[in-house]
Design a protein around this ligand. Structure first.
Ligand SMILES: [Zn+2]
Length: 462
């Protein structure tokens, strides 16, 4: 209710401020304050049909009117932007990211610096990703400090440090970032410590890493979930096994950072999920790309990759699809079986009406350094491998992913939402790979300086 009162008041204040600061009108009465984008095919992001020949207005970084050209009333003095022939979609949100460790081809805790975090947030913005969630591998206070900064990149949400058994959570350079717990009292104490920083989600790892580490015990995750809920925090679990997913649901978990990968989902799981309609799953298909593709993906030749990544990065990426993977045929066969199970389960859960969100694991062990690009490939995999329509995949990547993180201002192009959108040269409803035909990205009503970013990365050898 306060929102409906506040919005016109803010607008009035902004107009008065503009007049008071004597901004000279270039055209009309109140230029700069009202911008109308006209002529594009608009995909609203809520699953509804695209609006052909659309017009939408942006005032102070917020959409104020959205509809068809000729129907939306344009006040005199508005700045007009012609988008004829283009397609507009909402920005994406990626709910499963490990930011900071990857820098070029290196993977190290030494890379976890403010400068690298901000650079990665710019990379996401370049690709039209308006917000990301760092899932449990934050280091110290830095994530909270950077989260609070005004910057030009994607919005930075963080789980801070996640939870697992000691020395048994995330892999590689990220291993020491989490709280290792052994008692319920300790688990509750650490959740209270974490809660003081107001994390955007709590992350737990429930995985024995193919029998190599101890899996987080059910008594411990029950204590974590209960304590998190006392602090109004949601809990997202890294999982592999169907049996763990079922027990976590009984323990009250809010969502899953991956798909069920060991077995096909069954009626018992679907019944548990029907009782918990807000529970979400992220698929992390990008993270499993090596096991999904049996031949060289055509997107390795996508020009957008060369905008942001070095020849060394691209060589590393291409090498992940080379046939010498067969050096360890048993591991390859196991990974392929798990990936196929993930894809079947993604389709089954979607068909059952379960909430799916976009999450890629980019920056983690298998996600690599392809921040932003991976989020687009995840959408493509949802269509080409899991059998969803482009519209269904887009809705997962926009509205659903924003809603999972409670980002009410993102996810759709609609009046009252933040003016975050992507302008494309081709229609992703015709071919989902067209989400990568990006010509412009706007965050909070401001165009991201993509040419300058591209030049910056080129100067770094990227
Ligand atoms: Zn992860």
């Amino acid at each position: 209710m306060s929102k409906t009162i506040r919005t016109p008041f803010c607008l009035l204040v902004a107009v008065l401020v503009l007049l008071a600061t004597d901004v000279v009108p270039a055209v009309g009465q109140i230029p700069g304050i009202i911008t109308v984008f006209e002529g594009a095919r608009l995909i609203p992001g809520d699953g509804s049909a695209p609006i052909e020949n659309s017009a939408f207005m942006v005032v102070n970084g917020v959409f104020t009117a959205v509809g068809q050209q000729g129907v939306v009333t344009i006040p005199p003095g508005a700045v007009h932007v012609d988008l004829t022939g283009k397609t507009v979609m909402p920005t994406l949100v990626d709910d499963h990211i490990h930011i900071g460790y990857r820098k070029g081809t290196s993977f190290s805790a030494d890379n976890y610096t403010r400068e690298n975090l901000l650079d990665i947030l710019d990379r996401f913005a370049y690709f039209g990703i308006a917000a990301i969630l760092e899932t449990g591998t934050g280091r110290g206070d830095l994530p909270y400090k950077v989260r609070a900064e005004a910057h030009t990149g994607a919005r930075y949400l963080t789980s801070g440090s996640g939870f697992g058994m000691p020395d048994a959570g995330p892999g590689g350079a990220m291993r020491d970032a989490i709280y290792g717990v052994t008692t319920e009292a300790q688990a509750r104490e650490y959740v209270r410590e974490l809660a003081a920083n107001k994390p955007d989600m709590v992350k737990i790892w429930v995985d024995d890493r193919n029998g190599t580490v101890e899996k987080l015990r059910p008594d411990l995750y029950r204590a974590i979930i209960d304590e998190a809920h006392r602090h109004n925090l949601k809990v997202m679990a890294h999982i592999v096994d169907l049996a763990d997913v079922k027990d976590l649901l009984r323990a009250g978990v809010d969502g899953f950072a991956h798909m069920v990968r060991d077995k096909d989902v069954d009626d018992e799981l679907l019944a548990l999920l029907r009782a918990r309609p807000n529970v979400f799953f992220l698929e992390t298909l990008w993270g499993e790309r090596r096991a999904i593709y049996t031949s060289r993906p055509v997107w390795l030749d996508d020009p957008i990759l060369r905008d942001t990544y070095t020849a060394d990065d691209l060589k590393q990426l291409a090498g992940q699809f080379s046939p010498d993977l067969a050096a360890n045929p048993q591991a390859v066969a196991r990974a392929r079986t798990m990936a196929a199970t993930s894809l079947r389960n993604t389709a089954k859960l979607y068909a059952a009406g379960v909430t799916l969100g976009l999450g890629t694991d980019t920056g983690g062990m298998n996600g690599g350094q392809f921040f932003g690009f991976g989020s687009h490939i995840e959408l493509e995999l949802l269509v080409t491998q899991a059998g969803l329509t482009p519209m269904q995949a887009l809705t997962i990547g926009t509205r659903n992913s924003a809603a999972i993180l409670g980002l009410d201002q993102l996810g759709t192009v609609a009046p009252g939402k933040s003016a975050d959108f992507i302008v494309l040269d081709a229609n992703p409803l015709d071919n989902i790979s067209n989400t990568r035909r990006i010509t412009k990205v706007y965050l909070r009503g401001e165009e991201i300086p993509r040419a300058a970013l591209k030049a910056k990365w080129a100067a770094l050898g990227r």
